[in-house]
Design a protein around this ligand. Sequence first.
Ligand code: SF4
Length: 272
Amino acid sequence: MTSEDRKAALDAIASEVRVCRRCRLSEQRTQAVPGEGHPDTEVMFVGEGPGQNEDRLGRPFVGAAGSLLEELLAMVGWRREDVFITNVVKCRPPGNRDPEADEMAACAPFLRRQLEVLDPALVVTLGRFSLQTFMPGDTISRVHGTTRPIDPASGARAATGYAMYHPAAALRQAALRETMQRDMAAIPETLMRARDGRATLPEAAVVATEPAPGAVLTGASSSSAPPAGATITAASDSRVIAPAISSIMPTSTAESTTDMNATIPDDQLGLF
Ligand code: SF4
């Protein structure tokens, strides 16, 4: 699939989301929020659902939580346009209540199709509901800053999942900001490991991709496409991240799992 194909496929999904009436969340929304980002990125961030600002503007993570996410991304030299950001449910639950099981089920096909199109190497879950979508049974306080393989049934063909708190949790509980900074700092190295894991896949399972014209993006396609049928490796992957990735890695995934806040129960963190 070319970059243009991916963009067209993502746009088509977004168009369907904007007029979707599959669940009751459509009744009180101002706008649906399909998600946005670079069509060639290797990294998806998946939150829970749109909040008030997102509902008003039709874009994900544009309020205070979005500003914190951008701040965290900047720590590793990335911008929000370099990744893809979306949510488990695409319409705002009224009053920012938790999304309900039938609402998440109704919306799941959109996320699955986004995952299929983007074929990310790394899926970063933000908060409890996203974690449960990709890593059912785990709790955010125990597993943030760690990885799990993503079930291909999710739509992500060969992705690693990486758990983080929702940025809104850090806005409510200041101590979590440092935790999120440590977890974010480990993402570049985690991505490199995820890439290495994809490089070991059988040749037939690997999809060769073409770069966006002129794209020189962190987390995005930036070089020529591999020969047809070529196995993607860290050296030949058409979505290789800038080599400077290793020089901006201040910590490791293993270090980030040692966390002073690891004993905070999820139910003390509200939605997150
Ligand atoms: Fe459709 Fe998802 Fe919005 Fe429900 S939350 S109306 S399934 S787009």
